[in-house]
Design a binder for this molecule. Structure first.
Ligand code: ASP
Ligand code: MG
Length: 464
């Protein structure tokens, strides 16, 4: 059994849904389909929620109307008249309710996280109905499944973690009978509900995560993430035009890459798949012939130390120095406690005997964090930095890798450098302005025409 997840661009319009139907047909009846909202719909929904919060009832309602219009237009892909009429009625009801909600919220001038979830969920609830009917009308027996009945989450609105035991029980109970009867279950990703039935969402980009959870709960043989690129690439193609598709990745490599900016896959996706050892394949719905990227527990060796180079721009470094760190225990605990207290995660960490440097991506709470740190340490911060992270299972077996990496970077000033003892990645922080050139140089050295993949690829004596 396969789980096929289609992202926003793969359900964006009628033509995309026609392609989706043919992909599902080729996959066969033992498939579950998980869909995102129509491309851009979630942004629109959050935008109109913000309008309502600002008291602009007319503006928000007008945007609800436009969004309904778009969905009705896309629903034109449903070939069967009766099925289409049914979906049109549901869309009318859903968006009608949404218009009433935004009107009320505009009076209150406040949108709580709970309402934000209810509003955002409209996108996946609507797209999944359209897709289920489109499949059915083109000869593929399908069943729309309300994601809120099967994805059970905590009540942490806008980023609610799923409750796995409850979710697995519900998924098996609701989805397996459809599969046994030869029907393809179709559900919206991203959306869930609490045990009490209050609508929640898993967080932006969460449909990948939904698909992986469905796969893990049903013991799927493969989770396919259908998107609009040919797979994971060796580097960001906006910065490295000759980036190539990576045919195979390990779960560990994929999670490093997902965290450091490879937008193709939501970072959490890997976890349920990893736990159940289910392969994840990234495929292009506009180019179904391409082989894509296969992610598995272990992958065949390629002879290259590197698998890909990830990068993240607009990063801020916080430097925390304390003379008291000398011989003081509990300093790191205290320091990270400040970040935790402000709900801000740090990505890269380096330490010396008297100082710690961390990178943060989300700087919204930075002023407060700096203030709290100042109570017990000397603190400075610098922005306009970028993270360059080289990832590859082959790094650990390559004794000369680091020296070749530094050579490739050349004159780029390095602000931070970190290598975990697993040596699956090396992370470097450099000025943001240097990133484009640095990426090109590193990519060229390890993936370019002249990359000498064999050189230095030897396992040093006594080296793991
Ligand atoms: N539609 C949601 C978003 O745009 C979830 C997803 O597509 O993964 O964030
Ligand atoms: Mg996505």
């Amino acid at each position: 059994m396969f789980v096929l997840k289609f992202g926003g661009t793969s359900v964006a319009d009628q033509a995309a849904i026609v392609r989706l139907v043919e992909i599902v047909r080729a996959s066969g009846p033992q498939s579950v389909v998980v869909v995102s909202a129509l491309g851009g719909a979630t942004d629109r929904l959050l935008g109109l929620a913000a309008q309502a919060g600002a008291g602009d009832a007319d503006g928000a309602r007008e945007n609800v109307r436009l969004l309904l219009e778009r969905h009705l237009q896309v629903a034109g892909v449903i070939a069967d008249y009766g099925l289409r009429e049914d979906v049109e009625r549901h869309l009318g009801e859903e968006f009608g309710a949404l218009a009433r909600v935004v009107s009320a919220l505009a009076v209150l001038k406040e949108v709580s996280p709970r309402w934000l979830d209810a509003i955002a969920a409209t996108g996946e609830l609507a797209s999944s109905r359209i897709v289920a009917a489109a499949l059915e009308s083109r000869g593929l027996p399908s069943a729309w499944v309300d994601a809120r009945r099967v994805m059970v989450t905590s009540a942490e609105h806008t980023a609610a973690p799923p409750l796995m035991a409850e979710t697995e029980a519900r998924m098996r109970h609701e989805l397996i009978p459809h599969l046994s009867a030869g029907r393809i279950p179709v559900l919206g990703g991203f959306v869930g509900a609490t045990v009490e039935g209050v609508t929640t969402t898993l967080g932006r980009g969460g449909s990948d995560y939904s698909a992986a959870i469905v796969g893990a709960c049903l013991g799927a043989s493969e989770i396919q993430i259908w998107t609009d690129v040919d797979g994971m690439l060796t580097a960001d193609p906006r910065l490295v035009p000759n980036a190539k598709v990576v045919p195979q990745l390990s779960f560990d490599e994929a999670s490093e890459l997902a965290y450091f900016g490879a937008k193709v896959l939501h970072p959490a996706t890997i976890l349920p798949a990893m736990a159940k050892n289910i392969p994840v394949r990234i495929l292009n719905s506009r180019n179904a012939e391409a082989r894509g990227t296969m992610i598995t527990a272990s992958r065949p060796a390629t002879g290259r130390p590197l698998t890909a180079v990830a990068s993240k721009r607009n990063v801020t470094v916080v430097n925390i120095a304390s003379t008291r760190m000398l011989m003081a225990h509990g300093f790191l605990h205290k320091l990270f406690g400040v970040f935790e207290h402000h709900g801000t995660s740090v990505d890269v960490v380096t330490t010396s005997e008297v100082s710690v440097s961390v990178t943060v991506d989300d700087v919204r709470r930075l002023p407060r964090i700096l203030e709290d740190l100042t109570a017990f340490a000397e603190v400075t911060s610098s922005s306009d930095l970028a993270v360059l992270c080289v990832v590859g299972e082959g790094i650990q077996g390559d004794a000369t890798f680091v020296s070749r990496l530094l050579q490739a970077l050349g004159p780029v000033p390095i602000r931070m450098l970190s290598q975990a003892s697993e040596r699956r990645n090396i992370t470097i922080v450099i000025p943001d302005a240097s990133l484009p050139a640095a990426l090109l140089r590193v990519h060229d050295a390890f993936f370019g025409e002249s990359a000498d993949v064999g050189r230095g690829f030897s396992r040093a004596e006594g080296d793991r």
